[in-house]
Design a protein around this ligand. Structure first.
Ligand code: HEM
Ligand SMILES: [Cu+2]
Length: 552
């Protein structure tokens, strides 16, 4: 009895190994990327110059790739792989082998692209827009990362499919369902980036073709680039919806509502890439308008999420006897890093989401487009909401996987870490937002633009960003200390992998949620509706294409 219980509540040790392999790469990327971030803020403040002929855009490319692509993808794949193993049962040997192949493909690709960035052959920033032209090995490395992530994701899908086969007519475990939705969204989205890399950028960088169609490439990139941010966010939602309720001792507000909101994210994350191209010529404004309307549809699942999370908190608080409108707030377990750290991520999502509504609105976007406001925005969404939630997850997941305990000291350090991050980000992101409103550009090394007054007015905000960046770098050191402690040094023991239970156990999620033909069909229909005509238009009216440029 005891054995079968522990088999069900612990991630299989063989699966734990693969998850941990992902986390080592992710936290390695965080260490290097954090150093780059610090250097960027120092350079932009005008008080520091990079030594040894290292270029600003080389550092910025490394930071964007390491933080935006490597840290996130590896952490997410490691977390989802463990979550499926925990809730749908250990992966089969075949699935595990598939997972390892995916992991090594992604790692090899990361090393290839990373080497080219270090050799200054690929300072094209993490969005690698044509006509900036990198070494072909950089693009081949990216291909390996994307294909590797498909193989890695296939392992999760195999185990989910096995569970469904063994449990006909039953809704799958919530966390497995959510992981599979995110993986499926990722696969559909990465088809766009794979297409531009394989058919445009690789042949062009190899010299097989001379010119590249810039608008086609950017459109394929943003077909992927927007769902990319939801790929980062949904694992955080998995924690907020399905794990936090267990940590605080409450219940999931509604299992069906959680599933429905994930399905809505799948439907509305992809056919909206034009909202990143609002200022781009060559796309009919009517189609931009349509995609902006579809963009605002994600408000629905976002508010559903906010509603259910706060319902969980309030109902838990009231069950503890809390009175008054906000009495429940006080009884939440604020001394538990597993709750407090992701909660700070959640709280940051309120201003972060408001900023996103501004960015997606055509008229307001004209003011902030390509200013450092945008950088301020995604350091609140990705680099605070998502990343703090990932830190909070790792505080119990890493010891769970390594057979150790989250000690009181590390728990406390985790909460301190989150505050350091929060304060550093308030400085850095706050100053970025204001400087952006004053017209300060993003992706720009230090310049006073011939001592123009407007550019000189930006300097105090650049200095505030350097102060924030320094505090954030301290936060990086703290989280690395905790990670290494939990991976290698914390006392042996059993740390729980918390999985929430729904409030109403009678409520069985409708089986229509698992009807993949239906949801993939609607996803495909929405994508074809939003993209077919404008894409034909872009190709038919294409200019001659551009030769490559190496501006660094
Ligand atoms: C120590 C913490 C960090 C610092 C000091 C920092 C600083 C910066 C700065 C100053 C820039 C903008 C530079 C420019 O536009 O010229 C930047 C860009 C960026 N950061 Fe961070 N950052 C940090 C953490 C993170 C994290 C955790 C993530 C992601 C999860 C992240 C993702 C990005 C991305 C994607 C860019 C855009 C790069 C580009 O525009 O090409 N950063 N960061
Ligand atoms: Cu977007």
């Amino acid at each position: 009895m005891l054995n079968s219980y522990s088999a069900k509540t612990k991630v299989d040790p063989k699966d734990a190994k693969l998850s941990m392999a992902h986390f080592f790469v992710a936290f390695g990327a965080l260490a290097l990327g954090g150093l780059m971030g610090l250097l960027q803020t120092l350079v932009r403040s005008g008080k520091f110059e990079l030594p040894l002929g290292i270029g600003y855009y080389q550092v910025l490319t490394a930071h964007g790739v390491l933080m935006g692509l490597v840290l996130t993808t590896f952490f997410i794949m490691g977390f989802q792989y463990a979550a499926v193993s925990r809730t749908a049962g250990p992966h089969s040997n075949a699935a595990r082998r598939t997972g390892w192949i995916g992991f090594w493909l992604m790692t090899a690709g990361t090393l290839m692209s990373g080497t080219m960035i270090l050799l200054n052959e690929a300072s094209v920033l993490y969005t690698f827009y044509a006509p900036l032209k990198a070494h072909w090995i950089f693009y081949l490395g990216l291909t390996f990362v994307v294909v590797g992530s498909w193989v890695d994701g296939a392992a999760q899908i195999m185990t989910y499919a096995k569970w469904r086969k063994n449990n006909p007519g039953k809704p799958s475990p919530l966390l497995s369902f959510m992981a599979v939705i995110n993986t499926v969204m990722w696969i559909v989205a990465t088809i766009g980036v794979a297409a531009t890399v394989l058919f445009q950028l690789l042949p062009w960088s190899l010299g097989l073709v001379d010119r590249v169609d810039v608008l086609v490439s950017r459109t394929l990139f943003w077909y992927f680039g927007h769902p990319l941010v939801y790929f980062w966010l949904l694992p955080a939602y998995m924690c907020w919806y399905a794990i936090i309720p267990k940590i605080i001792g409450g219940k999931i507000f509604s299992d069906s509502l959680a599933r429905l909101s994930f399905i809505l994210f799948l439907l509305f994350s992809i056919p909206v890439g034009f909202h990143h191209q609002l200022t781009e010529p060559g796309i009919d404004p009517a189609w931009k308008f349509l995609q902006v309307v579809l963009t605002f549809m994600v408000v629905i699942p976002s508010l559903m999420t906010a509603f259910s999370l706060f319902a969980t908190f309030e109902r838990y608080g009231r069950s503890k006897g809390a009175k008054g409108l906000f009495g429940w707030f006080k009884v939440l377990p604020w001394n538990d890093a597993r709750f407090t750290v992701p909660f700070m991520g959640m709280a940051s999502f309120i201003p972060a989401g408001a900023g996103g509504i501004i960015n997606a609105s055509n008229q307001m976007d004209q003011v902030v487009h390509n200013t450092i406001w945008v950088t301020g925005h995604f350091h609140l969404t990705a680099a605070t909401s998502v990343v703090l939630t990932f830190f909070g997850i790792s505080y119990w997941l890493v010891p769970h996987l390594t057979g150790r305990k989250l000690t009181k000291a590390m728990n406390k350090l985790g909460i301190i870490q989150a505050w350091v991050w929060f304060i550093g980000m308030a400085f850095m992101s706050g100053a970025m937002h204001i400087q952006g409103l004053l017209g300060g550009p993003r992706r720009s090394s230090f310049s006073t633009y011939g001592d123009s007054q407007q550019a000189l007015d930006w300097i105090p905000y650049q200095i505030a960003q350097a102060v924030g960046g320094t505090i954030l770098f301290l936060g990086i050191i703290l989280v690395l200390i905790i990670f290494i402690n939990l991976a290698f040094f914390a006392p042996k023991g059993d740390e729980e992998f918390p999985v929430g239970v729904a409030e109403n156990l009678e409520e069985k999620a409708p089986m229509v949620f698992e009807n993949w033909k239906l949801w993939l069909g609607i996803t495909a229909a929405l994508i074809l509706f939003a993209y077919t005509i404008p894409f034909i238009d872009i190709i038919q009216n294409a200019p001659p294409g551009s030769k490559g440029f190496k501006t660094w």
